[in-house]
Design a protein. Structure first.
Length: 211
């Protein structure tokens, strides 16, 4: 079974920070349609701060923990605690292993998703990042259950993530600041789902390169 080393793979998280930086303006543009327009600014601030604190020789789990602590400690609004929790829970499930395989990564993803469901109280079709994250992780789990290898399961997760993001376009926001706009939110992508898709695509691409 294909695996990747936990030790020395902080580069996966550094690349993730670079992805958010490269798409900061796009995220703010998406957010500006039905929100405050600062999603990209806040995300960029937090991820760049974390990048400065990560050593390329760090482990994957340690780098995730640094990112989590930075987002929870230094970023305001809702996204800091939400993404901070996501990365913290990923780190917790990966910290005690030297080689990460498809099933250990599955456990970490499920742990992170369950934590966000509890934290946010959001449901599917509330037009949040969970509409991207939940189907992506469920698809990854289903693929492994059906015998797919690590890379194939990651590819299927990436496709489900993109579909989940696109599906938010037809939803009406039911939670968060955008909810006050009601039907006016239909026809627009959700900013949180947009950043979530970028995060997942970066992790998928990076992991596929090291397994």
């Amino acid at each position: 079974m294909k695996t990747f080393s936990n030790q020395g793979n902080a580069g996966l998280v550094i690349a993730l920070c670079d992805t958010i930086h490269a798409n900061a303006d796009l995220l703010s543009q998406i957010d500006g349609a039905i929100g405050d327009g600062d999603h990209g600014v806040n995300m960029n601030k937090g991820f760049l701060m974390a990048k400065d604190r990560i050593n390329a020789k760090d482990s994957f789990s340690d780098a995730l923990k640094i990112l989590a602590d930075t987002l929870m400690g230094d970023i305001g609004g809702s996204m800091g605690p939400i993404y901070g929790t996501f990365f913290d829970e990923l780190s917790l499930k990966l910290a005690d292993t030297s080689q990460i395989d498809a099933h250990r990564f599955r456990s970490a993803l499920r742990n992170a998703l369950d934590a966000l469901l509890e934290l946010t109280g959001a449901k599917l079709e509330d037009k949040t990042l969970l509409d991207c994250l939940s189907p992506a992780i469920t698809t990854y789990e289903d693929a492994l259950d059906e015998g797919a290898d690590f890379a194939t399961a990651l590819d299927l997760m990436g496709m489900a993530s993109r579909r989940g993001l696109e599906n938010t376009r037809g939803m009406v926001a039911k939670i968060g600041r955008a909810a006050r706009l009601g039907e006016r939110t239909r026809g627009h992508l959700d900013a949180g789902a947009s950043s979530c898709n970028l995060i997942l695509q970066s992790l998928i691409s990076g992991i596929k390169n090291v397994i």
